[in-house]
Design a binder for this molecule. Structure first.
Ligand SMILES: NC(=O)c1ccc[n+]([C@@H]2O[C@H](COP(=O)([O-])OP(=O)(O)OC[C@H]3O[C@@H](n4cnc5c(N)ncnc54)[C@H](O)[C@@H]3O)[C@@H](O)[C@H]2O)c1
Length: 260
């Protein structure tokens, strides 16, 4: 895509993007696409260790709010949203692009996933989106758009996706219920379901290369997606061009999901 030809259709919009680990992160594709379309950015990193990878990317994108955010640490979400309230007074776009499951619980199959591992995966990868939405909604005074990243394994069994399948199914249901509860405030909520992408989170999945090959072979459009494809799809959904679309799962996968 020739990005130079794009109009700044998100000019004046303010977007908080959570989930950048490095330049391969889906969240980075979202942030870069929003910036290309004219939005102003707030970008967080997980912790001090992640900061050296994320801060240069955030500076490069001209982010005006940056800081640490670990959604499992009580109070950190509140600090992030206090900062957004103090500096911007409003928010238009929220991206939740985070997932976690303890390795031993992720890789051992669902039957062997511990109760603690299941709860942790659900808390970080799903319920944190509810907590974020609750803090973001009052700041979306002119309406807004919220995104959470799901995957095809929410609806069909994908070998080795294990506990993340039920977690993503819950996340997609969360998006529907949030869309229902927030619709009257002009806030739209989307689950985005990207095709497989080689990221750090994906490297925790066994035989991920097989998944990539299968997706490339199956995709009606004939190739894998990249993070900018996901970012620009979110960019479009954040504009008023998509003002009547909410609550569903939007596949950005070259059509792979329609093929048996
Ligand atoms: N890579 C894929 O093939 C693919 C496909 C579909 C959906 N997804 C989803 O996209 C999202 C982003 O993953 P990615 O593939 O870009 O990988 P990534 O590793 O680049 O991003 C995952 C992010 O989650 C963050 N995170 C983990 N625990 C956190 C916590 N406690 N608090 C705050 N942040 C935390 C990490 O810091 C990291 O930035 C995830 O929800 C993932 O399940 C990925």
């Amino acid at each position: 895509m020739t990005q130079g030809a794009l109009h700044p259709i998100l000019a004046g919009r303010r977007a908080l993007v959570v989930g950048i680990a490095n330049e391969h992160s889906i969240a980075y594709g979202c942030a870069k696409a929003f910036r290309t379309l004219g939005a102003e950015l707030a970008i967080t990193w997980l912790n001090e260790r992640a900061r050296r990878f994320v801060e240069p990317l955030a500076l490069d994108l001209g982010a005006t709010i940056t800081g640490a955010l670990d959604v499992s640490v009580p109070g950190e979400l509140e600090v992030t949203f206090d900062r957004v309230r103090a500096d911007w007074g409003k928010l238009d776009i929220l991206v939740h692009s985070i997932a976690f499951a303890p390795k031993e619980d992720l890789q051992g199959g669902l039957l062997n996933c511990s109760a603690e591992g299941f709860a942790k995966a659900m808390d970080i990868s799903c319920h944190s989106f509810v907590r974020m939405a609750k803090l973001a909604a009052p700041l979306m005074r002119d309406g807004g758009t919220m995104f959470a990243m799901s995957y095809y394994g929410a609806n069909r069994v994908v070998p080795n996706y294990n506990v993340m399948g039920p977690v993503k199914a819950a996340l997609e249901a969360v998006c529907r219920y949030l869309a229902y509860e927030l619709g009257s405030s002009g806030i739209r909520v989307h689950a985005i379901s990207p095709g497989p992408l080689k990221t750090r989170a994906a490297s925790g999945l066994k035989d991920f290369e097989l998944l990539l090959n299968e997706a490339a072979n199956k995709a009606p459009l004939g190739e894998l997606v990249d993070i900018m494809d996901v970012g620009f799809a979110c960019g479009y959904l954040a504009t008023s061009l998509a003002r009547r679309i909410t609550g569903g799962t939007v596949y950005v996968d070259g059509g792979t999901n329609i093929v048996a």
